[in-house]
Design a protein around this ligand. Structure first.
Ligand SMILES: [Cu+2]
Length: 125
């Protein structure tokens, strides 16, 4: 038996637990001026589909996210996204793609054995 200390989850910042039925509200309401890009993102045990999202800098991004299996979440740290995805409920996430780069998106709810594999890439170019 090893005594390795498990690293803490990198994507679990302290957060106020909210009622999962409460719609997510952004702290500051940004102004959306760029081209509207709508993306449908599906979560299930234990993967997202698609695993890569490509948008352009300045796009007004709307992600329609829904879990079709299990209770998951969607986090994109750099864009302050952290929403719960109860099975069968579509959540809408909206942001300006103002930062370029490749950002991880990931499941933000401990959901089971495949939780750590639930991640993808948001590419803003
Ligand atoms: Cu998970």
């Amino acid at each position: 038996m090893s005594c390795t200390v498990q690293p803490k989850e990198a994507h679990s910042p302290a957060q106020v637990l909210s009622n999962p039925n409460t719609p997510v509200t952004l702290v500051e309401t940004p102004t959306f001026t760029g081209p509207l890009v709508e993306i449908t993102l599906t979560a299930k045990d234990f993967a997202f589909e698609p695993t890569e999202i490509h948008v352009h800098q300045g796009d007004h991004v709307v992600i329609h996210a829904k879990s079709i299996e299990g209770y998951h979440g969607l986090g994109i740290q750099e864009y302050d996204v952290n929403v719960d995805l109860p099975e069968g409920e579509e959540q809408t996430i909206e942001f300006n793609a103002d930062k370029t780069g490749t950002f991880a998106f990931y499941c933000s709810v401990p959901c089971g054995s495949g939780h750590r594999a639930m991640k993808g890439k948001l590419v803003v170019e």
